[in-house]
Design a binder for this molecule. Structure first.
Ligand code: PMP
Ligand code: GLU
Length: 395
């Protein structure tokens, strides 16, 4: 046995050390800690629908369990579910999708993102993100050792940053990750933006990951999948899931549609990490994908909350916000000489309202994100308390 001269400082690997905690999850954890101490917190932080999973979905899982469908499934997911996903997307986009080769079901869209980035990126490669962005994109890339190049889109009227994306491309750029409707701004890409992304992919040989998890949550116009403009799965991965559209956050189910080689790599990873998504959840998802009414009801409710919150913001002397076309967040700018980390921490400690700092989404200016996935009374009371605090700060 060798004799060690020095003790390790830590047993955690470099990779493990590099991975940051999730900004959205961290903020939610602090709110829960305060609740455990007996405080009542208005929770407008995490993006989690405050609706129950629709009953037919729960019944389908229960039925599957009672029928003994409780063992491992194919690591790609049960075939009827992959077939349904392929049919829905093929119908909408006219792209041929083979359920055996082009679809994988994963434990949440997060797991899809992880295995896709792990499959595509080498340490040293870089990935372009449009900021503000959902923080796990950055977290996963950092874990892998990739660099990210955020391209800001929050100046002016949150216009799509065509030129800045082009200038951000260099020799190491492997992929561009886009998210529409966007968490946290609620912006939806127009068709010209989707076409531009496709051209970039072809001209510079860049892979595109399109995170479409909020696709069903739109208020005025409908979002069309990026696949509609690509007309092919080459260099393209679509990420989607049921957490938001069907209030299934805790079930852990998402999926990806992509080219055969990438899906196969993601599948090899899944075989070694989680084996498959839990079986009753997959049967529940099969039912969920046929249900459209509950999503419509939830979207109508989010729209009502957005509009009421907006009426408040328009009257405020300290708050401003671009009206989101989709998803269920408001990315709000505030006035005051205080950075967003300190601001949201004061909002929580002094006003018992949980929101998420703009820095979590890669934005240094004065922004915070408010989730509309809570009761309207809570949203309005939360905004009022935030406004009161800003009045004090701006005195
Ligand atoms: N993408 C975006 C933009 C998100 O906001 C989230 C958070 N739910 C996810 C992916 C991951 O969702 P899940 O893992 O719950 O399917
Ligand atoms: N996506 C949600 C959010 O942005 C849930 C938290 C998470 O998955 O990071 O708040």
């Amino acid at each position: 046995m060798c004799e060690r001269m020095t003790k390790r400082d830590s047993y955690i690997s470099d990779c493990g050390m590099r991975v940051p905690s999730s900004g959205t999850m961290k903020a939610a954890t602090r709110a829960r800690e305060l609740e455990a101490q007996g405080r009542t917190i208005i929770k407008l932080g995490i993006g989690e629908p405050n609706f129950k999973t629709p009953q037919p979905i729960i019944d389908a899982a229960y039925k599957a369990m009672n029928e003994g469908k409780t063992g491992y499934t194919s690591s790609r997911g049960i075939l009827p579910l992959r077939e349904k996903i392929a049919t829905i997307y093929s119908k909408e986009t006219n792209v041929e999708i083979n359920p055996h080769a082009n679809v994988i079901v994963t434990p949440g869209a997060k797991a899809s993102l992880f295995s896709a980035l792990f499959s595509l990126i080498n340490p040293g490669d870089n990935m372009i993100l449009i900021s503000p962005y959902w923080p796990s994109y950055q977290g996963i890339a950092t874990f892998i050792g990739a660099k990210t190049k955020p391209v800001p889109a929050h100046y002016g009227d949150f216009e799509f940053p065509f030129e800045s994306i082009k200038s951000a491309i260099d020799e190491q750029t492997k992929l561009l990750l886009v998210n529409s409707p966007c968490n946290p701004t609620g912006a939806i890409f127009e068709e010209d933006a989707l076409r531009f992304i496709k051209d970039i992919s072809e001209d510079y040989d860049i892979y595109i990951i399109s995170d479409e998890i909020y696709k069903k949550i739109t208020f005025e116009s409908q979002y069309v999948s990026y696949l509609t403009v690509t007309e092919t799965l080459d260099r393209t991965l679509i990420i989607d899931g049921l957490s938001k559209s069907h209030a299934m956050t805790g079930w852990r189910i998402g999926y990806s549609i992509g080219d055969k080689e990438l899906i196969s790599s993601m599948n090899r990873l899944q075989q070694n990490v989680s084996s498959c998504v839990n079986t009753p959840t997959q049967y529940a998802a099969l039912t969920a994908l046929d249900l459209t009414e509950p999503t419509k009801m939830m979207v109508a409710e989010y729209k009502k909350r957005r509009d009421k919150a907006f009426e408040f913001i328009e009257k405020s002397a300290y708050l401003s916000c671009r009206k989101p076309e989709g998803a269920f967040y408001l990315f709000i700018q505030y006035k005051g000489d205080i950075c967003s980390d300190e601001f949201v921490s004061r909002v929580l400690e002094e006003k018992s309202v949980a929101v998420t700092a703009g820095t979590v989404f890669g934005v240094q200016e004065n922004y915070f994100r408010l989730s509309l996935a809570s009761k309207l009374e809570d949203i309005l009371e939360g905004l009022k308390r935030i406004d009161d605090l800003l009045e004090k700060i701006n005195k």
